[in-house]
Structure formats: C-alpha cells, structure tokens
Design a protein. Structure first.
Lengths: 75, 262
C-alpha cells in the first residue's frame, strides 16, 4: 500500500472516533433528561455540570477530527 | 469534466490574506500586514462595543436593549457566583468580555454576507487565536493561584485523602491534567468552529456541482442537501453559543481551582 492511500485510510478510520463521541454526547444529554424528568426541581442547578460533561465527551470526538485533518493535510 | 471544474476547496475559507499593507511590513521578522483575520476581530470588537454601549443608559425601567445586555451580564454573574462563590464577582469583566467576544466572533463568521460578495472569516477557527485566549485564562489561573496561596497552590495536585504511597503518581497525573488545560480549551473551540464551517462548505459543494450536473441530480441531490444545510446552519448557531458558553464555564471552573484550591 502506498503512503498516500494509507493516510486517507487512516483519516477515514479516525472518523470512527467522531461517531463514538456522538454516542457519548447523546448519552450525556439522555441521562440528564432522564434525571431531570424525575426531579425537575433539581434540573436547572445541574446545567453547568451537564455542559462540562458535554464538553469532555465532545473534546474526545474533536480530537479524532484533528487526527484526520493532520493525516490529510500535515503528515 | 464538469464535476472537476465545480470543485470547491473547503479549506480555502480559512486562508489568512493581507488586506491592508503589503507582504513587507515586518517587525523583527514577523509580518504585521492587516489581514482579514484582524479585520473580523476588529468588527467583532466594534459590534460588541456597540451592543454593550447601547445598554449602558442605566435607566431605572430598562428598555429592551438594556434588558438584553443586562441578561448577558446577569448570566455571567450567576455562573461565576455558582462556580466560584462571592470571590467570583471580580472576574465578571474578564469572563464577560471573553464570552461575548467569542460569541460575537462565532456568530459574525456565520453571517450570510457572502451574498453581497464579502466573505465572512471566522477567526475563532484558528488555533493561534483560540490559543491566545486560552493562555490568557490559564495565566490568570496561575497568577491568581500563586498570588493568593503561594506554594500551597501545589496542593491542588494532591487531592485530600490521597494515600502516601500514591502521592508521587497522583501528583504527576494531576500535573499533566492541569498542564493540558489550555490546549484542550483552545482545541475545543477551534475544532468545533472549523468542523462546522467545513461541513457547510462541503455540503454547498454538493449543491453547486449537483446543480451543474443537470436536472436529474438536482432533484435527487441538491434539494435534500440544501434542506440539510439549513438544518446544519441552525445547528451551527447553537454550537456557536454552546462553545462560547463552554469556554466561559471552563474558565470559571479553572479560576475556582485557583481561588479556592480543592
């Protein structure tokens, strides 16, 4: 396999990470809603934590995007 | 090949080009030409100044504009008070400027001014810009932490109740997680903005080359893609807000570490 093809394949494989991160982000919001519907009174105070969880899950997906971009344009 | 001619380069929108001043304006070997990035930073600052200035009339019964500005300052104030406590009040100016500047930058970059031939430039999609913003937050954390606690600031790296055997290991793990904070902060904003704009550009290239290919592909490809683009645009507006919020929220959490230790 020549190097160019390997780079493109690697960039494509990195997209799996983006898909997995979408599972994570979905999980964060799903669990928040689950909890919020059981106890709506406590929901508003937890929104900050919701977004911290969202940010952490999202960052890992964005890292896979960075890997793909680096493979395509830098490496 | 018709498809080859209509190829859109999705990365072109991120190129920095000098607008005023030529290639040979240099200070100490660095080019200081006035670029499109600098222009949009200036526009964001002016728009932000106008927005806040319009709400500074300090009427007893606030009008709509004053309400808009005050709801933003109140939002940041509440966030800092919830995360840091009473000591958080003095960071409101910094975090408010940070939040509003990023928000305005993200939204200005999404404006459809391309219709009038002006191409919006999202400077938050550049690591240099977000990196400097993140370093600013990080250095505030360091300065406040060391000024307030001196060398006790290092106790941040050893949580309460850590067994003595684990201390060296925990120290380095916590130190590493502390040191990557500016990178993760900057990376999140820049990649999120860049990915969104890339996606819009790729979808628009589908629309353009599908349209050029004839009526058959127009119906099958162009219409669904265009509808998707409208949806993604709405999503991008949401992301612009969320990313600005997350940046401000994480900054306030990091300042909380410096202010209160653990």
């Amino acid at each position: 396999m020549d190097a160019e093809a390997a780079k493109l394949l690697g960039a494509g494989l990195a997209a799996i990470g983006a898909g997995l991160a979408s599972l994570g982000v979905g999980n964060v919001f799903a669990k928040f809603l689950e909890g919020a519907l059981r106890n709506p009174g406590a929901a508003d105070a937890q929104q900050g934590r919701l977004f911290i969880g969202f940010a952490a899950a999202e960052l890992l997906g964005l890292l896979s995007f960075v890997v793909a971009i680096i493979l395509l344009f830098v490496a | 090949m018709a498809a080859e001619q209509a190829k859109v380069d999705p990365m072109h929108q991120f190129t920095i080009e000098p607008i005023l001043g030529s290639q040979n304006w240099e200070i100490a070997g660095y080019n200081i030409a006035f670029t499109n990035s600098a222009l949009w930073m200036g526009l964001a600052a002016i728009a932000l100044w106008l927005f806040v200035f319009g709400g500074m009339k300090r009427q007893l019964v606030p009008g709509r504009w004053q309400m808009a500005v005050e709801s933003f300052t109140g939002f940041i104030d509440d966030m800092l008070e919830a995360n840091i406590g009473k000591a958080g009040r003095k960071y409101v100016p910094y975090v408010f400027s940070l939040f509003m500047f990023i928000l305005f930058a993200n939204i200005l970059g999404l404006l459809p001014v391309g219709l009038f031939g002006v191409h919006p430039f999202t400077f938050t999609s550049h690591f240099t810009v977000t990196g400097v913003l993140a370093l600013l937050s990080f250095s505030i954390v360091l300065v406040v932490g060391f000024a307030k606690h001196g060398f006790r600031f290092f106790s941040l790296f050893i949580p309460h109740g850590t067994p003595v055997v684990m201390m060296p290991l925990i120290f380095f793990v916590e130190l590493a997680s502390f040191m990557v904070r500016p990178f993760s902060l900057a990376l999140r904003l820049f990649v999120a903005m860049m990915a969104g704009h890339l996606l819009l550009e790729v979808l628009s290239s589908f629309v353009i080359s599908g349209f050029n290919n004839g009526i058959g592909t127009s119906v099958i490809v162009v219409i669904p893609t265009f509808l998707l683009m409208i949806g993604i645009c709405a999503l991008e507006l949401l992301v612009a807000g969320i990313q600005a919020y997350v940046f401000a929220l994480l900054t306030s959490l990091y300042i909380n570490d410096a202010e209160n230790l653990h």
